[in-house]
Design a protein around this ligand. Structure first.
Ligand SMILES: [Zn+2]
Length: 207
């Protein structure tokens, strides 16, 4: 994952933590009884590995610019609000993040853009994907711009199809924590070739 992408995710996590605290996550999922209040460190039964005779987890309130969290001295879980929400809901990271963003109507900062790529020169083999075009994170915004240019020339059916493919890959990439798979690379390469083969409508009338 690139630094820009990591930074983008980090900012989203911080935005979520600023409106949804570990205290909120614990109390709304039935683990608030032993926590005194949001400003007081409290010992409690661990919500992750289960209750024990001597409560082994501790709630740590927010200190300065930091955020509050839970730490368990037995199972060693160290969890902020998002980690706790993932555990309680059984959600993977990106889904938990998006869930909370939707719930608190947090505006997601714009996905980081990257410099334009050169078109690959070697097109001799149909399965050939140049190294530059295997960088899914950089290829997606380029294809998005290509798509914008096609809006007026491609048929509506093609245009909608291209949008859907691009959205699906973007969605998979987010769910996979920004890590591209060989399948995504192939799909995007096929999409790029399909976009390149679209004949503008006005040329049809010349025949
Ligand atoms: Zn524990």
């Amino acid at each position: 994952m690139s630094t820009a992408h990591k930074d983008w995710i980090r900012r989203r996590v911080e935005a979520v933590r600023s409106v949804y605290t570990a205290f909120d996550a614990l109390t709304e999922h039935g683990h608030g009884e032993m926590i005194h209040d949001q400003d007081t460190a409290s010992q409690l039964s661990c919500p992750v590995h289960g209750p024990d005779t001597r409560p082994s987890a501790r709630y740590y309130p927010k200190m300065g610019g930091d955020h509050d969290y839970l730490h368990c001295y037995t199972c060693k879980i160290h969890a902020d609000s998002l980690n706790l929400f993932m555990k309680f809901k059984g959600l993977p990271f990106m889904e938990a993040l998006k869930d909370l963003e939707r719930r608190f109507r947090i505006r997601v900062p714009e996905r980081p853009d990257s410099p334009e790529l050169e078109e690959p020169l070697d097109r001799s083999s149909s399965s050939y994907v140049s190294a530059a075009w295997q960088n899914v994170e950089r290829v997606i915004p380029i294809l998005e711009r290509k798509l914008l240019r096609l809006r007026d020339t491609a048929s509506m059916i093609d245009y909608v199809k291209f949008c859907r493919v691009l959205d699906a890959v973007q969605w998979d990439l987010d769910r996979n924590d920004g890590k591209p798979t060989p399948q995504m690379i192939l799909i995007l390469d096929r999409l790029r070739k399909m976009m390149d083969s679209v004949r503008p409508f006005d040329l049809d009338f010349e025949a």
